[in-house]
Design a protein around this ligand. Structure first.
Ligand SMILES: Nc1ncnc2c1ncn2[C@@H]1O[C@H](COP(=O)(O)OP(=O)(O)OP(=O)(O)O)[C@@H](O)[C@H]1O
Ligand SMILES: [Mg+2]
Length: 335
């Protein structure tokens, strides 16, 4: 298998600000790599460098062995890019948009028309194809955007936050399209702020924060990094949480973490998760603390992100930095 996309010690600055601070990333042909990070992490910058839209300041980036600076036009023939913000023309119809992209990429009139019809059909837009894009829903726009990046039959597709702002149904549609493309041999580099999305689609995940890859691995490897399983405890009385925390501390399993919910506590159970559930239940019962719910779960990538960066997930599903959290040395989950 060859390497579809590669960056080595890639640095990109905007003025004094370093958007990418030395990124090494490798995307094997036929694989899906998820680039996971919060707002401002550098995801779009990295994708734009690989797509030849931004020049690197230091380091190198290549696509199928072609350098993005010295062989930019060769790179452009191999890639498709679905940007974070829609690149389609609102006043044109879906079909007109696709034909226009076809012409831009130097397909003939007939080829462009044929390709537009194929793609409209494939992306469930055949009926809406002749309507102005401004009448499309968010999900339809994303599908059209994705379709337009496939006009040239790229070998590697960069998807920059393909489902941000979409409802679960539209998100699922994009996911199944992505899986279909991968099934046909397409290589994907996907950026996302949704841990679940990376976990669902990607073979490997690189966690990026402040322009640096701070962890890399499969979803499972990243989860293992947090350690075994998580015991989640929900109390009848939120007021008893502090006392419950003290009781749980005596189990010797490390500091119980308090969650956003006032009645909830989470314990990392390094090895024996089931034993830990039993011990926690017993200890809480002996201390006369009523428990509403006690469960054992695998760590989510949210736990991983919290562990790595000390940032938490906001209500809108995005991540917000907590400035007071100390910047600890990141635990690496490299190959
Ligand atoms: N054209 C630009 N001029 C100045 N600063 C920029 C520019 N583009 C990006 N930056 C800065 O570089 C950093 C990385 O931005 P980037 O857009 O790559 O982040 P991102 O991970 O894509 O974030 P988001 O999830 O919000 O899309 C940010 O601090 C951003 O403000
Ligand atoms: Mg972005």
């Amino acid at each position: 298998m060859s390497t579809a996309a590669l960056t080595q010690a890639l640095v990109r600055r905007f003025g004094d600000a370093e958007a990418l601070g030395g990124v090494d990333l490798e995307v094997a042909e036929g694989s899906v790599v998820g680039l996971l990070g919060p707002n401002g992490a550098g995801k779009t910058t990295l994708v734009r460098v690989l797509a030849t839209l931004l020049r690197p300041d230091e380091g190198r980036a290549e696509v199928f062995g072609r350098d993005v600076v010295t062989q930019a036009s060769a790179v452009r023939e191999l890639i498709g890019l679905t940007g974070q913000f829609a690149a389609v023309d609102e006043l044109l119809s879906g079909r007109e948009n696709l034909r226009m992209f076809g012409r831009l990429f130097r397909l003939s009139r007939r080829q462009s028309a044929r390709r537009a019809s194929e793609l409209l059909e494939r992306f469930g837009l055949a009926d809406a194809g002749d309507r102005q894009v401004k009448t499309y829903s968010g999900g339809m726009r994303r599908r059209l955007d994705l379709a337009s990046s496939l006009i040239t039959r790229p070998r590697v597709l960069f998807l920059d936050e393909p489902t941000t702002g979409l409802d679960p149904r539209s998100r699922n549609e994009i996911w199944s399209i992505a899986r279909e493309l991968v099934g046909e041999g397409m290589t994907l580099l996907l950026t996302t702020q949704y841990l679940e999305e990376a976990d669902q689609l990607a073979d490997r995940i690189a966690v990026i924060d402040h322009g640096r890859v701070i962890a890399e691995g499969t979803g499972d490897e990243l989860k293992d990094n947090v350690g075994g399983s998580m015991v989640e405890i929900r109390l009848e009385q939120p007021a008893e949480r502090e006392r419950a925390r003290e009781v749980l501390l005596t189990l010797g399993c490390g500091e119980p973490k308090t969650a956003d919910r006032p009645d909830e506590l989470t314990l990392a159970a390094a090895r024996d998760g089931v034993g830990m559930v039993a011990a926690a239940a017993r200890a809480l019962e002996e201390a006369d603390l009523s428990v509403r719910d006690l469960s054992l779960r695998r760590p989510t990538l949210d736990d991983v992100f919290l562990e790595l960066t000390g940032t938490t997930r906001g209500v809108d599903g995005e991540y917000s930095s907590e400035p007071e959290a100390p910047a600890e040395a990141p635990a690496e989950a490299r190959r």
